[in-house]
Design a protein around this ligand. Structure first.
Ligand code: SAM
Length: 231
């Protein structure tokens, strides 16, 4: 993904958004993030923080920019529970979602990059067993990886090369929906770098997803999330 921390992208133009649950307007630039003592200690070590943000896979370098541009994802989480990140990288987003949502979230993750999964395990030592290395484009079978577990939330920041045009691609979508608990929520995100995301979002809106939130940065179309609740 392209680096988004360039001067022209500093988030002066982050869209002020409506919180879907409280109906209140949020401007993440002005938000006073209330972090736990443990997270404050984590981000105090600037070298470690920089390396986690850099390896989080989104192209950001600065935590401040990451925080302001990605906080909006947490607005799709309105309850406690188990959350799976498909393509979790080093788990940093999951850790931030725990803080930003203010909910008690038990983290799970899968990524094809085993070295990133090892980092996620270190980030979540109590839940290290919940992180698995697997390539879901080869076998999009979440039931094989977690036969006993169903999730309250599954977050998948859909890889740019996925267009839901082949059976393999829709298979992973279906696998996610099947691994949710009743009342669970599938949240799909589309990177800033995905130039074809409008077509994908249109496809999903035709398949029971409702458009939720967009975070728009200067000059480029910002990241978007859509979600669907299962019955
Ligand atoms: C940009 S990172 C996203 C990290 C985190 N989910 C987020 O949104 O901040 C994308 C991750 O997806 C992983 N990935 C890409 N294709 C994959 C596949 N077929 N199976 C599993 N993981 C995959 C990559 O290794 C990378 O770590």
């Amino acid at each position: 993904m392209a680096n988004m921390d360039g001067q022209q992208l500093f988030p002066r133009k982050v869209v002020v958004m409506m919180d879907p649950f409280s109906g209140r307007t949020i401007d993440p630039r002005r938000a006073r993030f209330q972090y736990s003592a443990a997270f404050k200690a984590f981000i105090k070590n600037k070298g470690r923080l920089r390396s986690f943000v850099a390896a989080a896979g989104t192209g950001h370098r600065s935590f401040k920019v990451y925080e302001i541009t990605r906080f909006f994802i947490s607005r799709s989480i309105d309850g406690d529970g188990a959350i799976l990140d498909i393509g979790c990288a080093n788990g940093f987003l999951l850790r931030c979602l725990q803080e930003w949502s203010g909910r008690s979230l038990v983290p799970y993750g899968v990524d094809k990059d085993a070295s990133l999964v090892r980092k996620a395990k270190l980030l979540f030592p109590r839940h290290a067993a919940n992180f698995v290395a697997a390539d879901l484009s080869i076998e999009p079978d979440l039931a094989r990886i977690w036969p006993q577990t169903r999730f309250d939330y599954i977050y998948w920041n859909v890889w740019d090369n996925y267009s839901f045009e082949t059976q393999k691609e829709t298979e992973l979508l279906e696998a996610c929906l099947r691994r949710l608990k009743a009342g669970g929520r599938l949240i799909l995100g589309f990177y800033e770098s995905d130039t074809n995301k409008s077509a994908k979002v249109r496809y999903l809106l035709g398949h029971g997803f409702r458009q939720s939130l967009r975070n728009s940065c200067h000059r480029r179309q910002g990241e978007v999330i859509v979600w669907k609740d299962v019955k």
